[in-house]
Design a binder for this molecule. Structure first.
Ligand code: KG4
Ligand code: ZN
Length: 342
C-alpha cells in the first residue's frame, strides 16, 4: 500500500491553510491570508478572520488538491487544528474538517497548533529525533517545549508571562513607524543598525527572576523600555536612530530566546533544537541560534520560513504521523478549544 495521504486544515489565526502530505512528503501547501484586512487595525480582528476563513475554505481546499494533483476522494485522513487559537476562527476549520471526514468516510485528527509547528519539520528535514527541544515563537506564542514524541507527549518547560515575541516585534515596529506585521520590517531595518548601540533589558535572565522563571520569557518590559527611549529622543527634539533601535531591540529578544533554549537543551540532555513559528523567520535569530548551538554541540533544525508561519502543511504533517503511529482518531463531536494546552 502506498503511504497515506493526509489533508490538514489550519485556521487558528488569520491564515486559512490547507496542506496535503503523503507520508512525510509535502505535496502542496495552499494559503489564503486575511492579513491585509487586519493591517489598518494594527492587529488581527477575530470577527474579520472568521469570516475570511469561511470565504476562503472551499477555494483553498480545491486549490490544494488541484496543485497537488490529487483527488479529494483519495485522502486517507483529515487533520485540523483544534486549538489553541481564536475561537471563531478555529470553529470554521474544525467544522470544515468534520464535514470532510464524514463525507469521505476517513478518520479525523484534531491536533494541537503548537505540536503542529514542531511536527512540520519532518517534511523538510526528515523524522524528528526523540526527544527534540522545541522553541516556538510567533505572534501568539513563545514556548519552550520538551518533545519526547510529537504525536502524544509534549511537555511545556516555559512560556512568555506577558507578550509573545512576535507581539513585541509588532508593537516596537509600531513605535518606530513601521507597518504591521512589524517583524519582517524590523529584521530588514536592523541590518543597517548597530545591535550594541543601546543596552535594552533582557527579561527574566538573572537573580530571583531567573530562579523562578528559568525557562519563561517576558518581553513587555523590553517593549516599554524601547517606547520610553524613543519618546525621550522625540521630547528632546532629536532624531530617532531607527536602525540602531531596531537592531538593539532585536538583539535583546534573540539573545534571551536562544540563551534559554540552549540552557534547556543542556539541562535536559537534549541534542536537537527545533525553532518554529513566524519569528523563526528572523535572520538574526537564525544566525545567533546557529552560533550558540554550534558552541554547545546541539544540532539546530529550522524549517524554511514558509513552513514556520501558520500553514496547513504542519497540520497535515502531524496528522500523518498520528495515523502512522496508530494514534486514536478524534470523535465527530471534537470541540474547538481556544486555550488548549499542549
Ligand atoms: O506564526 P505566525 O505566522 O502567526 C502566529 O501564530 O502569530 O507569526 C507571526 C508573527 C508576527 O508577530 C510577525 O511580526 C512575526 O511572526 N515575524 C517576524 C519575522 N517574520 C514574521 N518576527 C521577526 N522577524 C521576522 N523576520
Ligand atoms: Zn502559529
Amino acid at each position: 500500500m502506498s503511504e497515506p495521504l493526509v489533508l490538514g486544515i489550519e485556521t487558528s489565526c488569520d491564515e486559512t491553510g490547507v496542506g496535503l502530505v503523503r507520508g512525510q512528503t509535502l505535496l502542496f501547501d495552499a494559503i489564503a491570508s486575511s492579513v491585509d484586512q487586519h493591517a489598518r487595525f494594527g492587529g488581527v480582528v477575530p470577527e474579520v478572520a472568521s469570516r475570511a476563513h469561511l470565504e476562503a475554505m472551499v477555494p483553498t481546499i480545491e486549490r490544494a488538491c488541484r496543485e497537488a494533483g490529487v483527488r479529494l476522494q483519495d485522502v486517507d485522513a483529515v487533520s485540523v487544528t483544534a486549538g489553541p487559537g481564536l475561537a471563531g476562527a478555529l470553529l470554521v476549520g474544525v467544522a470544515s474538517a468534520k464535514a470532510l471526514a464524514l463525507g469521505l468516510g476517513v478518520p479525523l485528527f484534531g491536533v494541537n497548533h503548537l505540536a503542529a509547528h514542531v511536527a512540520v519539520d519532518v517534511v523538510e528535514h526528515g523524522p524528528l529525533p526523540e526527544p527534540t527541544m522545541g522553541l516556538l515563537v510567533s505572534g501568539g506564542h513563545s514556548n519552550l517545549l520538551l518533545v519526547p514524541d510529537v504525536t502524544h507527549d509534549i511537555r511545556s518547560l516555559g512560556a512568555t508571562i506577558d507578550d509573545a515575541a512576535g507581539e513585541a516585534f509588532d508593537k516596537v515596529a509600531r513605535v518606530l513607524g513601521l507597518p504591521f506585521p512589524g517583524g519582517p520590517h524590523i529584521d530588514r531595518v536592523a541590518r543597517e543598525g548597530d545591535q550594541v548601540a543601546i543596552d535594552f533589558p533582557r527579561g527574566l535572565t538573572s537573580g530571583r527572576d531567573l530562579q523562578r522563571h528559568r525557562f519563561d520569557y517576558s518581553f513587555s518590559g523590553l517593549k516599554t523600555a524601547v517606547a520610553r527611549w524613543v519618546q525621550a529622543r522625540e521630547d528632546a527634539g532629536e532624531p530617532v536612530p531607527v536602525a540602531d533601535v531596531a537592531a538593539s531591540f532585536q538583539e535583546a529578544v534573540v539573545d534571551v530566546l536562544t540563551r534559554k533554549a540552549v540552557l534547556a537543551c543542556s539541562e535536559h540532555g537534549v541534542e536537537d533544537l527545533l525553532i518554529g513559528g513566524g519569528v523563526a523567520a528572523n535572520s538574526r535569530l537564525r544566525s545567533l541560534a546557529q552560533e550558540r548551538c554550534d558552541a554547545a554541540g546541539i544540532r539546530l533544525r529550522v524549517p524554511r520560513p514558509g513552513l514556520c508561519t501558520d500553514n496547513g502543511a504542519m497540520v497535515a504533517a502531524l496528522g500523518a504521523q498520528m495515523l502512522v503511529r496508530g494514534r486514536q482518531a478524534s470523535r465527530l463531536d471534537l470541540p474547538a478549544d481556544s486555550s488548549q494546552p499542549v
